[in-house]
Design a protein around this ligand. Structure first.
Ligand code: NAP
Length: 280
């Protein structure tokens, strides 16, 4: 029951109608009988600064931050935790004593989605499609776990080149246009192949990812950060060629659980969060 004491958290994004986070978090609050509510907060990019000021003014406890605000929200925050500083992107905010602090729980969420399936990261090669906020978190997680080499493929080579400059010199990370020979060479050698673009989301009817599956190393693990739908065309194609596939659901649960713990100080009921997602 919502009362005058109920604490509010939510999800800032645009659009947010596809998000399963409200279902997952409200189920978790109910399971632990915590007096919190999680609401969708659709905010157009031009209104992001006003929205952050509004959350502080209204005493909102915190929020998740999703596409397209993960990087652009940073100038509106008062402080960044180390996870967000390293990733250069924010997926969770906590508002304490009127100060808005940015965190990035996607980093550990992604790592956990691989380690839960016993995928080794140390010493391996990864190829990532996309160079947005989620890709930054994925790269941070892979580096932290000792990946050997990362190739970033994008539709726009300039964006790939800008992206790789975000990481310390000495990091084995290179960028390229995903239509070029360098990308084809990379997928021939990759152990972990990850889609970090929104291509394949249920809300996205645009072009498919440009993959020739004959070029992909036969025993590569194939991951898609998308969780809605659970099996994108990218994962369906990979599975039909015998690849192990991992969708974004386990990352969603872990990043959400870590955010829940930041807002409430309670251990998140991960099993409940998984169960509610499995129904969709
Ligand atoms: P973002 O910051 O907007 O970045 C999106 C990236 O995809 C950019 O590199 C962008 O390239 C590229 N892209 C977008 N539309 C494209 C198109 N039509 N053709 C080719 N490339 C395109 O988004 P994000 O926050 O990184 O999120 C990416 C995806 O990961 C989303 O589907 C999101 O839901 C998912 N995600 C899932 C989880 C989880 O917990 N499972 C967590 C985080 C994110 P340009 O710069 O050229 O536009």
């Amino acid at each position: 029951m919502i009362t005058g004491k109920t604490k509010t958290v939510g999800i800032l994004g645009y659009p947010v109608g596809h998000s399963l986070s409200p279902l997952m978090h409200n189920a978790a609050f109910n399971a632990l009988e915590l007096d919190y509510i999680y609401v969708p907060l659709p905010v157009e990019p031009d209104h992001l600064g006003q929205a952050v000021a509004g959350l502080k003014a209204m005493g909102v406890v915190g929020a998740n931050v999703t596409i397209p605000h993960k990087v652009t929200i940073i100038p509106y925050l008062d402080e960044l935790d180390r996870s967000a500083q390293l990733a250069g992107a924010v997926n969770t905010i906590v508002i304490r004593k009127g100060r808005c602090i940015g965190y990035n729980t996607d980093v550990q969420g992604f790592v956990q989605s691989l380690t839960a399936k016993n995928i080794t990261i140390k010493g391996k090669n990864a190829v990532i499609m996309g160079a947005g906020g989620a890709a930054r978190a994925v790269v941070c997680g892979l580096i932290e776990q000792g990946i050997d080499q990362i190739i970033i493929g994008t539709r726009n080579n300039l964006k790939a080149q800008e992206f790789v400059k975000l990481f310390p010199t000495g990091t084995h990370i290179q960028g390229c246009d995903w239509q070029k020979a360098m990308f084809i060479d990379a997928i021939r050698q990759c152990d972990i192949f990850i889609n970090c673009t929104p291509l394949g989301m249920s809300t996205n009817n645009e072009v498919a990812l440009p993959i020739n599956w004959q070029d992909v190393k036969s025993n590569a693990t194939v991951c898609d950060l998308i969780y809605n739908p659970p099996m994108t065309q990218f994962l369906t194609d990979a599975q039909s060629r015998g690849h192990m596939v991992i969708n974004g659901a386990s990352m969603l649960v872990e990043q959400g659980a870590l955010a829940f713990e930041l807002w409430t100080g309670e251990t998140a009921p991960r099993n409940i969060m998984c169960e509610v997602l499995a129904k969709f």
